[in-house]
Design a protein around this ligand. Structure first.
Ligand code: UN1
Length: 515
């Protein structure tokens, strides 16, 4: 299917025009008088539509309205807030195909991955509904007679969510659905590469908010990253900034937010490795590594970028993996059967080519792919052939995250050595071991094992479920989003002490007799 045809199917359904407002402050800001940006499809380089960008005045209006909404929303009981989130999940179910296709058109994911993205939003809405009845706090015994202590969790405020192009709406939903159940208001700055997806998503969710008669809860500010990102990071009206993106930008945001003592959730780069031991189910390991390295054309934070193979299976595994790389279908992600779509833009293609050059220069051996891919009829798209490179763990390029399908392959002898190689990078997001050997698996999960936020056995580094807390250590930033108790980031904890006695005993036995 070509883009024109795909566009025809969905633009009307998603209420998108040739020129769209990128600013939602309770109503959509007018198109007139604002700069626009063009959204191009990485599939064929064609223009999809234009989007207006926010001025500083627009941003201020968003923040003012968000504060007004918060005053109402924070007092709605959490289980009722959950019912809104539930309905948003149901509405998204109706748009799974259309929004999923827009994800394919605007950021180049395959059709199944585009729909998977929307499924992730639906899943987190279900999760947040359940959570809305479970914002539990502890009760604490008091050292004083006739005193009671407990913890309660209260809404935090308006929160800023800055998302990346590669999960253009799912990562927003991880934040927004939990934040909404928690009683917060969400101000979203999407990647300009995924602006239309953000607009379509905001339209879908706001229809539900309006139907319930609530004030606007999900605001949108499309604009230049440098500008809007800085406004948000420096704004004390946003007690929390959740940022997904590169390590350098994350560091800048974190610094600015820290200057005003705000909170951050950072989900920055990953440089994830899979270890394959000598006792492995080859079929599972090959599938897991291929999916991890190739899905989303290597543009996931969780992409498998390093493969650490036991010497006994090294040659066999690599030959089989090379076969898969050779056969994998690269091309138009709207076509069924295609597994690797385009990179997001020409800069990403350059980064891919440069990283491979550097790897070779630093002593790596290119054993497959790496060049630009020419897809007939899609000459202006941004396609590359995934690369397999035999590398040495000390090469500088192996320690960097290149957002492209490049897999560095390394050899190990003992499990201890494998983990040393594994942990020898600045990032710490996801990791995997493929093994049937219990001792190797347990070593991988022990304190001497993987230093990542996510550690998987016999499944890929990529493709996490929303139920677990998602995020990583070291330069990945330490943030946790989506499942488990990540909701605590979006609320403020209050420790409460109640005296129901007829006296005022003080803690630590302190006496303060005023008569
Ligand atoms: C990301 O790349 O920022 O685990 C998120 C995965 C997806 C999320 C990735 N569920 O691969």
């Amino acid at each position: 299917m070509n883009i024109t045809e795909a566009k025809k199917q969905i633009m009307g359904k998603l209420e998108l025009d040739d020129v769209n407002s990128g600013i939602f402050y309770g109503e959509w800001a007018k198109i007139e008088g604002r700069d626009t940006m063009v959204s191009y499809s990485p599939i064929d380089g064609s223009q999809i539509a234009e989007v207006t960008m926010a001025t500083e005045g627009d941003y201020q209006k968003v923040l003012d309205r968000a504060q007004e909404s918060f005053k109402i929303w924070r007092d709605i009981p959490a289980p009722q807030r959950g019912l809104l989130v539930k309905e948003i999940g149901n509405e998204l179910r109706k748009y799974k195909t259309a929004l999923g296709k827009l994800v394919s058109i605007e950021v180049g994911k395959t059709i199944v991955e585009g729909e998977g993205e929307v499924q992730e939003m639906i899943d987190i809405a279900d999760f947040a509904l359940g959570l809305s009845r479970q914002f539990y706090g502890l009760t604490i015994v008091s050292e004083r007679p006739h005193h009671r202590m407990y913890e309660q969790w209260l809404p935090l405020g308006s929160i800023g969510v800055i998302t990346s192009f590669n999960f253009p709406c799912a990562v927003w939903a991880w934040n927004a659905m939990i934040a909404a159940a928690a009683g917060d208001i969400c101000v979203w700055k999407p990647s300009s590469k995924g602006a239309l997806i953000a607009i379509a998503t905001t339209k879908i969710v706001n229809r539900v908010v309006e139907k319930f008669g609530y004030p606007p809860l999900f605001f949108l500010v499309v604009g230049r990253g440098r500008e809007v990102g800085e406004w948000m990071a420096n704004d004390p009206a946003l007690p929390l900034i959740s940022f997904t993106g590169s390590i350098p930008t994350g560091k800048r945001i974190a610094e600015n937010v820290a200057k005003r003592l705000g909170r951050t959730i950072l989900e920055l780069g990953g440089n994830n490795a899979a270890i394959v031991t000598d006792q492995t189910d080859m079929t599972i390991a090959l599938r897991g590594v291929a999916f991890g390295a190739l899905a989303t054309a290597g543009q996931r934070c969780t992409t498998t970028r390093r493969l650490i193979l036991h010497q006994a299976i090294y040659d066999e595994f690599l030959t089989k993996l090379k076969n898969i790389f050779e056969k994998v279908k690269i091309g138009n992600p709207l076509e069924p059967g295609v597994l690797v779509g385009p990179l997001i833009d020409e800069k990403a293609v350059e980064n891919h080519l440069n990283a491979i050059q550097q790897a070779i220069h630093q002593g790596g051996k290119l054993i497959f792919g790496g060049e630009k891919a020419n897809i007939p009829g899609l000459e202006n798209g941004h396609y590359v052939i995934p690369a397999l490179i035999e590398a040495n763990p000390d090469m500088d390029i192996v320690k960097e995250e290149t957002f492209a399908p490049i897999l560095y392959v390394m050899k190990y002898r003992t499990i201890e050595e494998a983990l040393e190689i594994h942990n020898n990078v600045p990032q710490g997001l996801s990791s995997a071991i493929f093994t049937n050997n219990l001792r190797d698996e347990e070593y991988f999960l022990s304190p001497s094992g993987s230093d990542c936020g996510i550690a998987n056995a016999n499944t890929s580094t990529a493709g996490a479920e929303i139920g677990g807390a998602f995020g990583g250590e070291k330069e990945t930033g330490g943030g946790r989003e989506s499942g488990s108790d990540a909701w605590k980031n979006y609320m403020r904890r209050q420790t409460v002490t109640i005296n129901y006695g007829k006296d005022l005993p003080l803690s630590q036995g302190v006496k303060f007799d005023i008569d």
